[in-house]
Design a protein around this ligand. Structure first.
Ligand SMILES: [Zn+2]
Ligand SMILES: [Zn+2]
Length: 178
């Protein structure tokens, strides 16, 4: 099993994803990390991405109090690279998935946060876009024009009401660290 990332590595890879939203959509992104508030293991199957996502929402709803706030949870090993609520406020990523294709962390964050802004999955093969699994896997950080329009529209619906900032609460939970 791969050794987990240091916190500073994970933070910089997450920031790479947040930077893409700032560059493309003209939005300010603020991120706050909480390293010991979330326990991802309190679900019946702690590798199950869907259960862990529901668990994040249940455990961390205290942070999510406005439409410009998104909560992203990093866990160690899950059965997918990540999962998110479509057009929602919560997403999780796996640093070290048991899934056979381990995407770069920046791709996981960019892809899952895009789901929160209602961009759909394109499947394994599709347009040159972060929402196509193949391109996420090889680290492409572009959106196709359809996804770009979707994310842009969703961000700015929120932002017009909320002072042009998006706030990210980033939760970190390492299941298997000693
Ligand atoms: Zn997806
Ligand atoms: Zn797309």
């Amino acid at each position: 099993m791969r050794i987990g990332l240091s916190f500073s590595e994970l933070e910089s890879r997450t920031d790479q994803a947040l930077d893409r939203f700032e560059e493309e959509f003209g939005v300010s992104m603020y991120d706050t990390w909480y390293l010991s508030f979330w326990d991802a293991s309190d679900v019946s199957d702690s590798d199950n991405s869907s259960q862990v996502l529901d668990g994040l929402r249940e455990d961390c709803s205290w942070t999510q109090t406005a439409d410009n706030e998104i909560v992203f949870g990093w866990a160690d090993d899950l059965d997918h690279n990540g999962i998110a609520y479509l057009n929602g406020f919560y997403a999780v990523g796996s640093e070290n998935p048991t899934h056979p294709f381990d995407w770069p962390e920046k791709s996981v964050a960019q892809h899952e946060i895009s789901h929160n802004f209602n961009a759909p999955d394109h499947g394994y093969f599709g347009p040159y876009c972060i929402m196509t699994y193949l391109y996420a896997y090889i680290g492409v950080d572009k959106w196709c024009s359809d996804c770009w329009d979707t994310v842009y529209g969703n961000i700015w619906i929120v932002e017009i009401a909320l002072k042009q900032t998006l706030i990210f609460y980033l939760m970190k939970w390492w299941l298997s660290y000693e």
